[in-house]
Design a protein around this ligand. Structure first.
Ligand code: AQP
Length: 329
């Protein structure tokens, strides 16, 4: 059975982009793959953080993922399994500065003020490669924004194999869902929907109430033109294209199906229908999340059991890596 690894940062409550780009696919994949799902808390301290908020968000994200249908035994937090940090360090020494310099996510997150960012943000992709390869996972469900990091994972794995003269790390394949691979902000169609966007109106989160969802969709930025009959007509209208893509992904239809229903109309009826659809699909996740959050001890025990399982899989792989590197035990 193919092994799948995927992670999400506990930097906030997961949003619609995380849901359509990752979580929903995880729920499907776990039916016929050996899945490992991780709250990547080591990654989440690559940007400034507050310890108490990190604790709360790790528990909140755990509750959301369980409520969305992730099986409890597959879930843990990264810092509880030492394989990640140990292999991450080895990969810091395998990866090349030239490779990291090409990573667009670092450039996006660091912006112009690169000198003031943590070294961790710069080597983030090496740790991500370690996350995946510590499990010898071969499939990684991610959003389009992570494709470059998966290519880097293969570069690191292949260089390690070449340098050590072994075929140890497998080739990894990004699994990018065709629909809504990149969900954009509700306020700006040129920016991806993100947990760290200061505007709460820019994203729908998995704990939003029905009223929150309806309001955010009603306020979502659009334009004054009616909806066209084909997607080509939305090429210069990123906000409208984003909403149509969200509708299609959420209803398991094509954007063409959605446009055939709403073409020629303004955004009023379309937004009402989209809000209804989102409420129908997401409100049960929100109420189950709230229920799970009442029992912190249960959430901690889920993470603990998940970490034990993840440790039993990754430890032999990382010990063998350390032996190949030449570390004595
Ligand atoms: N907008 C998005 N559309 C589609 N997929 C997305 N993902 C994230 N944003 C979108 C996918 O969700 C998974 C987990 O992402 P993450 O939380 O580990 O990191 P991120 O990509 O940095 O997400 P955010 O929301 O933008 O977090 P912050 O603001 O903290 O940096 C990944 O598979 C990602 O592709």
């Amino acid at each position: 059975m193919q092994r799948v690894f995927s992670g999400i940062q506990p930097t906030g409550i997961p949003h619609l982009g995380n849901y359509l780009g990752a979580i929903r696919n995880w729920v499907t994949l776990q039916k016929d793959h050996d899945c490992v799902f991780c709250l990547v808390d080591l990654h989440s301290i690559t940007m400034p953080w507050d310890p108490q908020t990190l604790r709360e968000q790790t528990l909140g994200s755990t509750a959301c993922l369980l409520a969305a249908g992730i099986e409890p035994t597959r879930l843990y937090n990264q810092s509880a399994v030492s394989a990640h940090a140990r292999l991450g360090w080895i990969f810091n020494c395998v990866s090349r500065l030239g490779w990291l310099n090409r990573m667009t996510q670092f450039k996006d997150k660091a912006g112009k003020n690169r000198e003031n960012h943590s070294a961790g943000l710069y080597v983030y992709p090496n740790l991500m490669a370690a996350d995946i390869l510590a499990f010898h996972a071969t499939r990684v469900p991610v959003g389009e924004d992570q494709r470059q990091h998966i290519e880097l994972t293969n570069d690191i794995g292949q260089k390690f194999n070449h340098d050590m003269g072994v075929e140890f790390f497998p080739q990894v394949e990004a699994f990018i869902p065709p629909a809504a691979a990149r969900v954009m902000s509700l306020r700006d169609g040129s920016k991806k929907m993100s947990k760290s966007d200061p505007s709460e109106q820019s994203r729908i989160v998995l704990t939003d109430t029905a009223d929150d969802i309806a309001l955010k969709i009603r306020r979502a930025k659009t334009d004054s033109e009616p909806l066209p009959s084909e997607m080509d007509g939305l090429s210069e209208r990123p906000e409208a294209r984003n909403l149509v893509s969200i509708y299609a992904a959420m209803s398991d239809e094509t954007p063409a199906d959605i446009l055939s229903r709403f073409s020629g109309q303004g955004f009023g009826p379309f937004k009402n229908a989209l809000a209804d659809l989102l409420v129908e699909r997401l409100a049960p996740v929100a109420s189950e999340t709230q229920r799970l959050l009442q029992d912190e001890a249960h959430l901690l025990s889920v993470l603990h059991a998940g970490a034990e399982r993840a440790n039993s899989v990754s430890e032999p792989i990382v010990q063998e890596t350390e032996r190949l590197v030449g570390f004595l035990r």
